[in-house]
Design a binder for this molecule. Structure first.
Ligand SMILES: Cc1cc2nc3c(=O)[nH]c(=O)nc-3n(C[C@H](O)[C@H](O)[C@H](O)COP(=O)(O)OP(=O)(O)OC[C@H]3O[C@@H](n4cnc5c(N)ncnc54)[C@H](O)[C@@H]3O)c2cc1C
Length: 389
């Protein structure tokens, strides 16, 4: 049966392309996975991801959750602070949708290296997947006719998207973002922080024990300056912006600065070519939505592959339906993150009033907290339909 199925080509073996390859391999299609980086290079990025419950469900369905559990750092409390008006609200697992509460965690932090090592080892063992990594990745032009589907999972600068001339809309923020791994003194290892500061949001995410990933948004110029500081000077600067009671002890990696943008392709497919993950959209890292949004693309594609019409008509109907089904989630999350950044970086009195009202509602209304946490954790589209099992 496998011999009669046209292969699926995936360009990009990052967290999106690799997870999708594993999921698609279950349908019996031969999968060709390409990346110009070697497996070692793909695994060695210094980054941590905040995983939400939509990602937990997908990883569970693909049989990866239990093995990853060893490397996950759960957080039971998420403290959201507005420094402009000195107000805060704490989310706990009791604010989750009832279906999610048994996990007892608001979310999890996962180190990129652990995730990618597990995905790579599963891919190497799969008889359906052929890996073309590093020098083996043929960079010469290819035609989409040779494949049942061509999937671009090659990141925000996607060469595949450029090759097939997809329309692409992009806006660069004046803010950039600095990431650093830091060890703290006397800190609750199961608490995550999202602080809205006038220069941009600051996230402090637990990595296990007293180690945390700091994601610090500020002007790109300031981020680059901070990244160039000596360790002690960097920790001194960090001290000045941390929530009360947090004290950094050791810097664990080299801080790195990145530009930030909001971008998306208005249409995620052309004939049998589809854009998945950051090749199709990108948003501000506030709220740690990025990878979870990419994996909801993966989830939708896998669901379409199991649907009756796909079984009957083959892969032809998949790209168009995928593009339509993803529109609402991508648009609402993109707009919500953009709105949050604009609202909380603004000191006009009307905006401060909206923030006071919003924080007041969150603090005093369990329903408001539940709905907002569900939108962040399961995706806004689940507010209009039943939560998937
Ligand atoms: C500073 C920062 C902090 C972030 N923090 C978080 C967070 O806390 N939580 C979260 O969920 N997300 C976070 N994100 C977002 C997250 O990193 C991305 O969502 C995620 O990396 C997207 O995965 P991807 O596989 O789509 O793309 P990528 O990770 O960019 O992978 C793309 C792959 O394609 C390969 N490639 C490139 N060119 C080609 C080609 N021609 N052919 C084949 N392959 C190619 C690349 O080598 C790479 O391996 C953050 C992002 C930034 C910048």
């Amino acid at each position: 049966m496998t011999g009669r199925l046209a292969p699926i080509r995936i360009n990009g073996a990052g967290p999106t392309g690799s997870l999708l390859a594993l999921g698609l391999a279950n349908f019996g299609y031969p999968i060709h996975l390409y990346d110009p980086l070697s497996a070692n290079q793909i695994c060695s990025r210094s980054r941590a991801y905040a995983l939400t419950h939509s990602s937990r469900r997908l990883l569970t369905r693909l049989g990866l959750w239990d093995e990853l559990a060893l490397f996950l750092s759960p957080f039971k409390t998420l403290r959201l602070e507005d420094r402009g008006i000195n107000q805060f609200v704490s989310y706990t697992y009791l604010d989750l949708h009832p279906e999610n509460r048994s996990s007892l965690s608001v979310g999890w932090i996962l180190d990129h290296c652990f995730l990618m090592k597990l995905l790579m080892s599963r891919l190497e063992r799969s008889s359906q997947v052929t890996l073309f990594l590093g020098e083996a990745a043929d960079q010469s032009p290819f035609t989409s006719d040779d494949f049942g589907l061509v999937i671009a999972a090659d990141g925000p600068r996607s060469p595949t998207r450029a090759h097939f001339k997809f329309p692409w809309w992009s806006h660069s923020y004046s803010q950039g973002c600095l990431t650093a791994k830091v060890r703290f003194r006397d800190i609750d290892p199961e608490k995550a922080f999202e602080c809205f500061r006038p220069e941009g949001p600051l996230a402090i995410l637990p990595l296990g024990n007293t180690d945390f990933q700091v994601v610090w948004s500020a002007s790109l110029h300031r981020c680059r300056q901070l990244a160039g500081l000596e360790t002690s000077a960097f920790l001194d600067q960090l001290c000045t912006i941390l929530p009360n009671g947090l004290e950094p002890d050791v810097l664990l990696d080299s801080p790195a600065a990145f530009p930030l943008e909001i971008s998306f392709a208005p249409k995620l497919h052309q004939q049998n070519v589809v854009l998945v993950g950051e090749s199709g959209h990108r948003c501000h890292p506030v709220g740690g939505q990025g990878l979870n949004l990419c994996w909801r693309d993966v989830e939708t594609l896998l669901q379409l592959m199991t649907s009756a019409s796909c079984v009957r008509r083959g892969l032809k109907a998949v790209p168009g339906r995928y593009s339509r089904l993803r529109f609402f989630d991508l648009l609402t999350v993109g707009l919500a993150t953009d709105l949050l950044v604009r609202l909380f970086s603004n000191r006009q009195s009307a905006f401060l009033l909206v923030r006071r009202l919003g924080l007041f509602m969150l603090k005093h209304s369990p329903l408001f907290r539940r709905v907002s946490l569900q939108a962040m954790s399961d995706g806004p589209s689940t507010l209009l339909q039943k939560l998937p099992k």
